[in-house]
Design a protein around this ligand. Structure first.
Ligand SMILES: Nc1ncnc2c1ncn2[C@@H]1O[C@H](COP(=O)(O)OP(=O)(O)O)[C@@H](O)[C@H]1O
Ligand SMILES: [Mg+2]
Length: 104
């Protein structure tokens, strides 16, 4: 099952995503949570420690391109390289994180 949550800022997307991810994982479902927000905070909402959040590597580059996605696009390779194991066994992936603003 794939669940996508999108919508206007501040309506509770991240909160709902975190509750869903942990609830499903606690029931024994394998859960991969992918934060696609350029200002991501799903990991923190799921309960990952600040130091571990800071150490997570996004699998997209600054422009959201696919430069850093493994060429073979094997999901297991993506998980091995970028996945982070969070509370309740939720595996987290970080799409992008803007480190600095560009021009224009
Ligand atoms: N059901 C709710 N009732 C009250 N406050 C909520 C609810 N869901 C989320 N919030 C609060 O609203 C704010 C925005 O939630 P968040 O999940 O970060 O939204 P989004 O990801 O859509 O921007 C947070 O401070 C969060 O704690
Ligand atoms: Mg959010």
């Amino acid at each position: 099952m794939r669940i996508g949550i999108s919508g206007k800022g501040g309506v509770g997307k991240t909160t709902l995503s975190a509750v869903l991810a942990r609830s499903l994982a606690r029931r024994g479902h394998p859960v991969i949570a992918v934060d696609c927000d350029s200002d991501p905070n799903l990991a923190a909402n799921i309960g990952v420690a600040d130091a571990d959040v800071a150490a997570m590597r996004p699998f997209l580059d600054q422009r959201g391109g696919a430069r850093t996605v493994p060429a073979e696009r094997d999901p297991q390779v993506l998980l091995d390289r970028y996945g982070h194991e969070g509370p309740d066994g939720v595996t987290l992936l970080l799409g992008a994180r803007v480190e600095r603003a560009g021009s224009g």
